[in-house]
Write a protein that binds this ligand. Structure first.
Ligand SMILES: *[C@@H]1O[C@H](CO)[C@@H](O)[C@H](O)[C@H]1NC(C)=O
Ligand SMILES: *[C@@H]1O[C@H](CO)[C@@H](O)[C@H](O)[C@H]1NC(C)=O
Length: 372
């Protein structure tokens, strides 16, 4: 997959590099990088100014919008975290933002970007999560995705991953596509997880109108090594930056059933958008990502689910990588975009015993829900 994401462009520094050649090189370099940009920036998206799409969810004093209305910094300090919520509720949408995470020691810090209706349907809410779980200094950020429908909080559908880049160094686009037939989570234009709706899922597939949320908060009790490492406020404030918000969706009344809004136009817009269809090249990227960067999946956790949940697609080449705890058999090698960092063994997330899955199991019950 190095053709896809490898940024192994070597700029020669040799003094014997002659001038005409150097210009030719520059030309080719820019040609290549422009091709890369077109393919990497991928989706053709229309962004919404921050103030038109989002408002305060909590702790206004820790929300720092840019004067240009294109971005916002969400801060966590010893007083509080902070959060924003979209003005509208949507029934089916593509939610997306460019996000840059806090750097340094972020143990216990959670940054979440998620669709939910927990404020409207307390007992039977729906939710689609991307949650970044901080880490101790020097260890990469990890993140998880989850799917809940109609209050299915007893059936967590976690998957956990690392990234192929350092998400605190630059902005990357994170997106959730939610349609009546499938959910896709994206990092940049790589579909990292696809959930195809299946009749047996019943109400577990999110179907009621949801708003979009972005938050940063103190999850010292569980986020890093099961709560072993807490937020270290000597490093405050922790700032997560969000920009270029995209909400392609049908805004509806969250309560009224059936909705009085005619969503056929937005449904069509989503159905023809490039993020709707996973092309063969993206399918390949998805396989690459999941085999290389996923380190937990509920679908392979037979301790937790004797029979995998109905939407699980058991991929043999993935399955062999996982133990019956749903965790990796072998510690994974972490490599950020082929850059300055050396490869190194990761230890944090992967436990030798089955202890890790117990943590996930516990979390899937109450804390996860309490958390979000
Ligand atoms: C969702 O939950 C409510 C309340 O628990 C229940 O009445 C309803 O039938 C459920 N809907 C689906 C589609 O499962
Ligand atoms: C919704 O709008 C489309 C055109 O945008 C129209 O063809 C369709 O009949 C409408 N559906 C309803 C139920 O009003």
């Amino acid at each position: 997959m190095d053709d896809y994401h490898g940024r192994k462009i070597i700029i020669p520094s040799s003094p014997s590099f002659s001038k005409p050649n150097f210009h030719l090189f520059l030309f080719i370099f820019f040609l290549i990088s422009s091709i890369k940009t077109t393919s990497v920036s991928g989706f053709n998206l229309t962004v919404t100014p921050f103030s038109q799409a989002y408002s305060t969810l909590f702790s206004d004093f820790n929300i720092d919008p840019s004067p240009y209305d294109d971005s916002v910094r969400l801060l966590l300090n010893h007083h509080s975290g902070s959060g924003i919520i979209s003005y509208d509720y949507y029934r089916y949408a593509f939610f997306s933002a460019n996000i840059k995470l806090p750097s340094g020691n972020t143990a216990g810090v959670v940054v979440a970007f998620y669709a939910s209706n927990v404020d409207t349907f307390e007992k039977n809410h729906d939710e689609l999560d991307i949650e970044f779980l901080g880490n101790i200094r020097g260890k990469p950020w990890r993140f998880q995705t989850n799917v809940y429908g109609n209050g299915s909080t007893k059936r967590g559908r976690e998957e956990r991953y690392r990234l192929w880049f350092d998400p605190s160094k630059e902005f990357h686009r994170y997106s959730i596509l939610w349609t009546p037939i499938k959910v896709i989570f994206y990092v940049d234009e790589v579909p990292i997880r696809e959930v195809i709706r299946n009749d047996e899922m019943g109400g577990d597939f999110p179907a009621k109108p949801m708003a979009m949320y972005a938050t940063i908060w103190d999850a010292s009790t569980w986020a890093t090594s099961g709560g072993k490492y807490k937020v270290d406020y000597r490093h405050e404030p922790f700032a997560a930056e969000f920009k270029d918000f995209v909400t392609d969706g049908c805004a509806v009344d969250p309560i009224q059933e059936p909705s009085a809004t005619n969503c056929s136009e937005t449904a069509l817009k989503i159905a023809v958008a490039d993020y709707f269809t996973v092309r063969p090249r993206q399918r390949k990227a998805m396989r690459w990502f999941r085999e290389k960067y996923m380190y937990y999946s509920h679908c392979y956790d037979t301790w937790r689910y004797k029979v995998p949940l109905p939407e699980c697609v058991i991929v043999p080449s993935e399955q062999v990588l996982f133990k019956e705890t749903g965790r990796l058999r072998h510690a994974m090698r972490i490599k950020f975009g082929g850059s300055q960092r050396k490869q190194r063994r990761s230890r944090g997330g992967v436990r030798k015993s089955g202890g890790g899955s117990a943590v996930v199991r516990l979390r899937s019950g109450n804390e996860e829900v309490a958390a979000v």
